[in-house]
Design a protein around this ligand. Sequence first.
Ligand SMILES: *[C@@H]1O[C@H](CO)[C@@H](O)[C@H](O)[C@H]1NC(C)=O
Ligand SMILES: [Ca+2]
Length: 356
Amino acid sequence: MVADPGGGGGRGGSARWAGMARAPTLLVLPALLLALTAPPRGAAELTDGNNEHLKREHSLIKPYQGVGSSSMPLWDFQGSTMLTSQYVRLTPDERSKEGSIWNRVPCFLKDWELHVQFKIHGAGKKNLHGDGFALWYTRERLTAGPVFGSKDNFHGLAIFLDTYPNDEATERVFPYISAMVNNGSLNYDHGKDGRWTELAGCTADIRNQNHDTFLAIRYSRGRLTVMTDVEDKNEWKNCFDVAGVRLPTGYFFGASAGTGDLSDNHDIISMKLFQLMVEHTPEEENIDWTKIEPSVSLLKSPKDNVDDPTGNFRSGPLTGWKVFLLLLCSLLGIIVCAVVGAVVFQKRQERNKRFY
Ligand SMILES: *[C@@H]1O[C@H](CO)[C@@H](O)[C@H](O)[C@H]1NC(C)=O
Ligand SMILES: [Ca+2]
């Protein structure tokens, strides 16, 4: 196996994976035989980022050999994307740029984990920078568009690393990382930072950091997990973890970024794809995974049901008022009953006095 030239070869040691392998039962050895012949290994080691499970045909690693070259390119790039020996710059810190880089080889792995090292940096001061970048696992590739430099109404998965809050009324704290699954029918609402199509998300301080910043996306058995390593602690921190996500095989990995009036350098330093060794039932194995329609079966989180899609966030306080009114009415009712009761009781007492 070729030594990892992408720098940080030590990344993915067992220690940093301890947090990631919260469900070791999901990680099954490829074959029982292997387990019997090989010395016992911790389940967590299987996905510890070692080169054994690294899929080079889906990985983008320094010095980016084969990127855009005519002989055997694994990756294509488009728009403002610029290659150096140290990074792939999707956009420079200039207005109205968009660029992307796309894997040319469709991915037929059922269970995978993508590790992305990136750097978002620029001269823009507080909130005067944008817009962030997107990571894709989609049917379409290399098509410029309005969603972080790429096409809207896509088929597949998008992870947005959004650095600019377009929606001034948002309760989310930016930079904000979110996921969206689309079967081609949904639009990404840029003005609302994708609020209505958000599957899950988290806040992460991913801009203008002096240390390395990483993101991991794991997709296995319908479960989508996103983790960040952006605090220079060399450990993964959970961003979100959702079940019920259905994605087909045969889609393409990519990354894209766009700038508008505000800008930043959006650099990809590496994208490393690891195969996860997961056992599937015969029924699962028998279906044609390339035919799966991207979908999410999970119920929306309660906060999405409270929010009014018109952007009106009044339901919370209204509910409060209703509860208050209800309590007030109940209280008045109790007081009335008590008064009436007291009067009746007093009348009876008086009557009793008369008769005894
Ligand atoms: C695509 O998704 C939308 C909304 O999530 C759904 O209403 C529609 O039926 C889906 N289309 C297909 C072909 O599955
Ligand atoms: Ca935004």
